[in-house]
Design a protein around this ligand. Structure first.
Ligand code: IVH
Length: 668
């Protein structure tokens, strides 16, 4: 038996080796050894650690696997909202952006960094005191889902920063989780062999896999993560995008791809062209280029819109085109009863993604484009949207099918169809099995009731077998009932039962959205929940009261009142409440700043702009980006911009950071 210090040395060496190969694989996408060799190193380390458990440390690569399966993804609040990007497709819009940057910064040669726009899943990762602590998806921008367990198991990230002392105690980095194209192809081949549905594209695959509850097996799937932003790094420590990314790289955090420093439209155009040409050779998918103002203090002055910063822009690539044939036209029934014709295509690869279906929207669209079975068509896949048929490719002598006729009866339930505008509609409501399935899937969806394991396949079986006739019936089913369904065993049946029964305390807005009321999207549901505070108040509200809520139009108001006026719906809601569902009002810290309008300028030492905004909004206040007579306060940080002058002109009260803190009630 080897002596103590030898074992220790070997363990340290193995960990170093493994870390190096992870780096080569994920960061440089240039592995030096085969997967088999890698697994060999890993197995040796595991063996040694089994013999010497006292030498196991939490950041050993072996500790990445074996995380207990989660029973539901945990909710993780983002430290600051995760924003999205404004996207454009043409040069004129990019020029407009450049002009705006120049005017607002007052610099004709303002530096802009151009980076690839990675086509994956946005993720946030938090390192605490240099150790990987948690990771989450974007979710709704404020709250995401914990995915640390799968990222850990997939060895996608360093568990420890290289130079933690140079970093803040809490470092929040943001980036994109990607599935390398090669892994995606391998994974899809395996899925098809098992008779499973292949993933549509690497992004969907990454999103599905990263959210798996059970990380076992994740180590076999090679995710990669690349970072492009950090909110934990102060402006003093990383004044520009360039320094920020360099620091992340210095810490061993993966930052993929080429980037370019641009000061002119020519620079930007050249890099766009270079990226487009490189696109097909890259080991991961990109769908455009991102432009970012380099100077982080200047960014703070430009501010953000509701969902996207004003200092950044995505210049997306042109969508990809391909030619194929319409093999058939089917009609699908959605959860609201709307019928949509769908073209079933001869499967074709469009930029690495197999496309076999395309929506045809409605019968008049089919007529306008004169599409028939047998036609050769040009299809387009634009980034994340469903493939579209752009038009017919004339092929003389080709045999064409008959002109498409919409059925007169619902293909799912046989009810006679009605026309609602251009769309045919099945009037049967939840008496139509297709609509009921759609409602159940929507009810259980992430963002709604979030019931894991209740997808389309399960919902269809529940409806087909008559086990569920309304949403409320879900709560009468036992684990034994679920066990009778195809694809379920005792354990999964119990898990689904628990998932349904345990999701009782849900935020009011999610419950309202889950009900699937026509025209009520998740944003309107949130507004309604804020405004009415309880389900009862919303149920009793008049159309006028509802349309008085910010951003809620008369159509939505009428739909809500109509929904609750219907006995069947009222009964279902009552039964859901009786089953224990208890919608929770949206939390507010108070209303001490109700109706007060703020503008922020300059960098605050203790907060990011997003955090300050959040604190104001939680107290009922509003943050805007321009100073006017309506502005109540201007919060002034370091290096304030022209807004300070404007505030003086408008006689707006200014607050320094200490005043602001006091106003928030956080002491002097
Ligand atoms: S920066 C506040 N940089 O694109 C700025 N985003 O369509 C936030 N994305 O939500 C984003 N590559 O998930 C940034 N180099 C890059 C990116 C990038 C891909 C994603 C990101 C974002 C989405 C917007």
């Amino acid at each position: 038996m080897a002596n103590r210090s030898d074992v220790k040395k070997r363990i340290t060496a193995l960990r170093g080796e493994i870390a190096r190969h992870d780096q080569l694989y994920y960061v440089e996408a240039a592995p030096e050894i085969s997967d088999k060799k890698y697994d060999g190193l890993f197995a040796e380390l595991e063996l040694l650690e089994q013999e010497r458990p006292d030498l196991v440390t939490p950041d050993s690569p072996t500790q990445r696997v074996g995380v207990a399966p989660h029973t539901g993804l945990e909710k993780v609040s983002h430290i600051a909202p995760m924003l999205s990007l404004d996207a454009v497709r043409n040069e004129a819009d990019v020029e407009g952006f450049l002009a705006r940057i120049r005017t607002e910064t007052g610099e004709d040669e303002a530096v802009i960094w151009a980076e690839p726009k990675f086509d994956g899943l946005s993720v946030e990762v938090v390192y605490e005191n240099g150790h990987f602590d948690r990771a989450s998806t974007r979710g709704d921008g404020r709250t995401g889902e914990g995915i640390g367990h799968t990222l850990r198991a997939a060895r996608a990230l360093p568990l420890r920063l290289r130079h933690p002392k140079k970093m803040p105690d809490i470092l929040v980095v943001r980036g994109e989780a990607l599935l390398l194209v090669k892994s995606f192809q391998k994974l899809n081949r395996a899925r098809v062999e098992r008779g499973e549905e292949p993933f549509a594209n690497p992004r969907n695959a990454a999103a599905g896999l990263v959210r798996r509850l059970d990380p076992a097996g994740a180590e076999a799937i090679r995710f990669a993560v690349t970072f492009y932003d950090a909110t934990g790094l102060s402006i003093q420590d990383a004044p520009t995008q360039e320094t920020l990314l360099k620091q992340l790289e210095h810490q061993g955090l993966p930052v993929f791809g080429a980037r370019a420093r641009c000061v002119s439209m020519e620079n930007i155009r050249a890099f766009h062209k270079r990226l487009m040409e490189a696109r097909d050779q890259l080991p991961y998918e990109i769908d455009g280029m991102v432009l970012k103002l380099d100077d982080r203090a200047a960014r703070e002055n430009m501010g953000t819109r509701a969902r996207s910063p004003r200092w950044a822009l995505a210049w997306k690539f042109e969508p990809r085109h391909e030619i194929t044939r319409i093999a058939d036209i089917a009609v699908s029934v959605g959860r609201t009863g709307a019928l949509t014709p769908v073209a079933l295509l001869d499967p074709v690869d469009v930029g690495g993604v197999t496309v076999a279906r395309a929506t045809l929207h409605n019968p008049s669209e089919i007529r306008r484009k004169d599409l028939r079975v047998g036609d050769t068509v040009r299809i387009e896949r634009a980034g994340d949207v469903i493939p579209e048929i752009v038009g017919r490719v004339d092929t003389p002598g080709q045999k064409r099918g008959d002109v498409f006729e919409m059925p007169k009866m619902c293909p799912a339930c046989g009810a006679e169809l009605e026309m609602r505008g251009r769309k045919a509609q099945c009037p049967a409501g939840i008496a139509c099995p297709a609509q009921l399935v759609g409602r159940i899937v929507h009810y259980a969806a992430r963002g709604a009731m979030d019931i894991d394991g209740l997808g389309e396949k399960t919902a269809s079986q529940l409806v087909e077998r008559g086990m569920v006739k309304t949403l409320a019936d879900l709560y009468d089913l036992s684990a034994e009932n679920f066990k009778t369904l195809e694809g379920f065993a005792a354990k999964s049946a119990k898990a689904l039962f628990d998932a349904i029964q345990n999701r009782t305390k849900v935020p009011l807005d999610r419950f309202v959205w889950a009900l699937g009321i026509r025209h009520v999207g998740s944003d309107s549901a949130r507004q309604l929940a804020r405004a009415f505070g309880s389900l009862k108040a919303l149920r009793d509200a008049s159309e006028d009261n509802i349309s008085a809520v910010l951003n809620i139009g008369p159509k939505t108001a009428a739909s809500i009142v109509g929904f609750f006026a219907e006995r069947r719906n009222r009964d279902v809601v009552d039964r859901l409440l009786a089953a224990g569902i208890s919608p929770q009002p949206i939390e507010k810290t108070g209303s001490t700043l109700a109706d007060k309008t703020f503008v922020l300028t300059g960098a605050l030492a203790g907060w990011t702009r997003a955090q300050a905004t959040q604190e104001i909004e939680r107290r009922g206040g509003r943050v805007t980006t321009t100073v006017s007579d309506e502005t109540d306060y201007l919060v002034v940080g370091e290096r304030p911009g022209s807004k300070l002058e404007q505030a003086k002109r408008h006689g707006v009260k200014t607050l320094d950071e200490a005043d602001f803190r006091k106003l928030l009630g956080q002491g002097g």
